[in-house]
Design a protein around this ligand. Structure first.
Ligand code: MN
Length: 291
């Protein structure tokens, strides 16, 4: 089987986002703008907030793509202009298709804001094909205990399957184009070769420990962009690795982005701003809370 080899290894930079939270971001950055169809990878934290310190991203719009939030530690609260609100705890995932537009807020939970606590997780932006950019917004939320998990025969490699399939497990989340989004744990001594469709572009971001991807060692905070092939080979390094394994079929369409909007040309971006400014993306209706 033809194994995919890392063609480029990008070290994530630290960046302050939203109301002031710190993320580790392999792209967009100095070296890589985006990897079609992925527009952004943010590792939020891990950060230990003291009481009153935690910040998030208050009300803001999105149009034209999807945001995937995957919580590893801590708790996030969200609410939006479609009247949807909820809470994500450790292991939970929210796959939000912004489509034509939503306005939402994403904050560490009230408990963490008031009493402090640890926050760690991911937000990944997945582009939508032009035909889906103005689709009706859609949410898919799956709690951690409902996420399918695959294991290698020796148990040294495991994968929580958010999108795609691997090690005999298949995702429950539905995506607009074929996507792989998996949280892998690879122990020292593990050695797995996993087939993925050849039309996928594959990425491996290591957020803990280190792992060998084909013939290259990839360390914490590094993203490997893999070349063509039929399979991804992961082997254990000196310490247990956590790897976010991503894959997508390149859309090969123009990308015009500005802040929270990702369209295919400038006129569509201008339209997005106008629709936002004039309230056509709605607003978050909040009822007064009794404290
Ligand atoms: Mn957002």
């Amino acid at each position: 089987m033809h194994i995919r080899t890392p063609e480029q290894i990008v070290t994530a930079h630290r960046q302050v986002e939203g109301g002031g939270f710190v993320v580790r971001r392999p792209f967009p950055g100095e070296h890589v703008d985006f990897v079609d169809p992925f527009l952004l990878i943010d590792e939020m934290g891990p950060i230990d907030y003291r009481p009153g310190e935690a910040v998030g991203a208050p009300d803001h719009p999105h149009r034209g793509f999807e945001t995937v939030t995957y919580v590893l530690e801590g708790e996030m609260e969200h609410e939006d202009s479609a009247g949807h609100r909820g809470r994500l705890g450790p292991g939970d995932v929210q796959w939000m298709t912004a489509g034509a537009g939503i306005i939402h807020s994403e904050m560490p939970s009230q408990q963490i804001r008031e009493k402090g606590g640890r926050v760690h997780g991911f937000q990944v932006w997945v582009n939508l094909p032009r035909r889906d950019k103005l689709m009706r917004p859609r949410y898919q939320e799956v709690s951690g205990d409902k996420l399918p998990e695959g294991r290698s025969e020796d148990g040294k490699a495991r994968a929580k399957i958010i999108a795609g399939e691997a090690l005999g497990a298949k995702a429950v989340i539905d995506t607009r184009t074929p996507i792989v989004f998996q949280d892998w744990t690879v122990q020292p001594g593990a050695d797995v070769t996993v087939p993925f469709a050849e039309n996928l572009r594959m990425l491996a971001y290591v957020f803990e420990g280190e792992v060998q991807v084909d013939d290259k060692l990839v360390r914490e905070g590094q993203l490997a962009i893999l070349g063509a092939g039929e399979a991804v080979r992961l082997s254990g390094g000196a310490s247990t690795a956590r790897v976010l394994l991503l894959g997508g079929v390149p859309l090969r369409e123009p990308v015009a982005r500005y802040g929270p909007f990702v369209m295919t040309n400038r006129a569509e971006l201008v339209q997005a701003f106008e629709d936002f400014e004039s309230g056509r993306m709605g607003e978050i209706t909040r009822t007064a809370e009794v404290r």
